[in-house]
Write a protein that binds this ligand. Structure first.
Ligand code: FAD
Ligand code: NAP
Ligand code: MG
Length: 453
């Protein structure tokens, strides 16, 4: 034993991998670091970026985590998520366009993880089944299972637990009258794997957020006949291309006929529920479970990260926010967590933590629109960066505001726009083909284009 804390890290997606990266950085600098055991139920790292064709359950009968589709492209500019200490230019050796397809982002992530050879810390095909906090010994007991051999592993003890299992996996599936007798396919966006399946079909999309927007556009791009989007609270209000329209919420389904609140009807062949996800942590004992709904500052977490309800300030949640910022936000949360666990950052007293958390929750309650959301998340990220003495300015609010504006200018062309990296000062290049007519999304084609600046 070297006296280090023994940390259980659950999940090897971008959030969990950031913790391993930050811990390795401490180790390389000769500073105190943690002994981390990372459990990952899938056979590879990457979380949602580890694409799977499977739906429902995985090869071991466990819940299938992945919910990305094969033709997914980044819905935000890469300049809004790039790591300051590992830019896209560092990885690819040149400028590339700003909205990469899935495989390009995954390649980029893996480049950073390989830099420190982090794979050795991950126990793949190993699912965490149960976590309890032991009051008397002030530690945690973790039960895991080797999925390949269908074998329960001996209980392990840890000083800290980090939950990095994401919150965009367990589908939120509402019921609509008549849906059980709809004669076509009904699926949640979690099970959507490729838009080509819906070529020539009339589609109903339920929801009015990112999945609704992108899956509608994908389906139309790949040749769906028409798409009707049904919103609960308010329409997205984009100038959608021909063949995509928005209607208020459906009231009932009668055969292929969908009835909407405004009295109109539509005939459809398939229904895709883009109705979001549940915060669901079935493997945590109840007092450790974050129970919340999507927001930029979920309650119960000091600095959006440290679980306040139980576990004696030794349970951390990464990336539980609604995500404008993503990879950089997870990274600074991970750096902060690492600093706290390893003793480089002292926590204030309980009262101060409570009032700090309450202050952020109050700010979140005052948010009025997406621009406020972006501003608040920027403040959150910069606050954590200050806490850890981060030497980079992680503020990309101006880029997010430009992105949000571009979407409202034209939802068809927003992915064709160019952004400038705040870390390299260089703009991305113009994509060779407008996104709406770009069918080749291979990494090779994307990275090897040499279009004008
Ligand atoms: P995840 O990526 O979900 O990883 C969690 C990991 O935990 C998984 O590997 C899972 O297998 C593992 N795990 C779960 N339960 C257990 C268990 N009991 N035991 C062991 N391991 C377990 N973000 C962007 O920035 N840009 C995008 O373009 C973008 N597109 C997206 C598209 C879709 C359809 C979705 C759903 C999300 C998208 N996101 C995007 C947001 C996404 O949440 C983040 O990019 C990122 O994947 C979150 O990382 P994470 O590590 O928190 O969670
Ligand atoms: P989300 O942002 O949580 O949105 C859920 C939507 O479902 C909301 O519009 C909500 O409506 C609606 N909804 C919930 N319950 C409903 C009900 N009972 N009836 C009708 N509508 C209901 O989830 P998401 O859109 O799936 O996005 C999740 C994440 O995936 C985001 O981070 C997003 O960026 C990411 N993503 C990225 C891409 C990409 O292109 N790279 C594509 C898809 C998703 P209200 O607004 O009325 O609450
Ligand atoms: Mg993770």
């Amino acid at each position: 034993m070297n006296g280090n804390q023994r940390v259980c890290l659950i999940g090897a997606g971008p959030g969990g991998m950031s913790f391993l990266y930050q811990n390795e950085k401490l180790k390389a600098a000769g500073k105190k670091y943690a002994d981390v055991v990372c459990y990952e139920k899938q056979s590879d790292w990457g979380g949602l970026w580890n694409y799977t064709w499977r739906t429902g359950v995985d090869e071991h009968g466990e819940f299938c985590h992945g919910g990305q589709y094969i033709d997914l492209w980044s819905n935000g500019p890469k300049e809004c998520l790039e790591y300051p200490d590992y830019t896209f230019e560092d990885h690819f050796g040149k400028s590339i366009p700003c909205f990469p397809p899935r495989t390009v982002l995954f390649d980029y992530l893996q480049g950073r993880w390989n830099k420190y050879d982090l794979r050795k810390y991950v126990h793949f095909n190993t699912i965490v089944k149960h976590v309890t906090y032991n009051k008397t010994t002030d530690d945690f007991t973790v039960l895991t299972k080797d999925l390949v051999n269908d074998h329960d592993l001996p209980p392990e003890k840890f000083s800290h637990v980090i939950v990095a299992t994401g919150h965009f996996s367990f589908p939120n599936v509402p019921y609509f009258e008549g849906i059980e007798t709809f004669p076509g396919r009904v699926l949640h966006s979690h099970d959507f794997r490729q838009a080509r399946e819906f070529k020539g079909k009339r589609i109903l999309i339920v929801g009015s957020s990112y999945s609704a927007e992108d899956i509608s556009m994908q389906c139309r791009k790949m040749g769906s006949d028409k798409v009707v989007i049904s919103y609960r609270r308010k329409p997205m209000g984009f100038k959608f291309p021909d063949g995509i329209t928005e209607r208020p919420l459906l009231t009932k389904i009668d055969g292929n006929t969908i009835h909407f609140k405004d009295g109109t009807t539509a005939e459809v062949d398939a229904i895709i529920l883009c109705t979001g996800y549940l915060y669901h942590f079935p493997y945590l004992s109840e007092s450790l479970r974050l129970k919340t709904s999507l927001s930029v500052y979920p309650a119960g977490l000091y600095k959006g990260t440290l679980w306040m309800v139980d576990g004696n300030h030794k349970v951390f949640y990464l990336s539980m926010q609604d995500q404008y910022y993503s990879f950089t936000m997870f990274d600074v949360q991970a750096e902060w967590t690492c600093a706290v666990i390893c003793g480089h950052k002292k926590l204030p007293d309980r009262k101060e933590m409570e009032s700090d958390e309450a202050k952020w929750v109050k700010k979140r309650e005052a948010v009025k629109d997406v621009y406020d959301d972006i501003a608040l998340q920027t403040e959150f990220v910069c606050d954590l960066a200050r806490e850890v003495g981060c030497k980079y300015n992680l503020d990309v609010k101006a880029l997010f505001n430009k992105w949000e504006n571009e979407k409202h200018v034209d939802i068809v062309t927003y992915r064709d726009q160019v952004y400038t990296s705040v870390f390299t000062g260089n703009p991305g290049i113009t994509h060779h083909t407008p996104w709406f007519s770009a069918y080749d999304d291979s990494l090779e084609t994307f990275v090897n284009q040499t279009c004008n600046k």
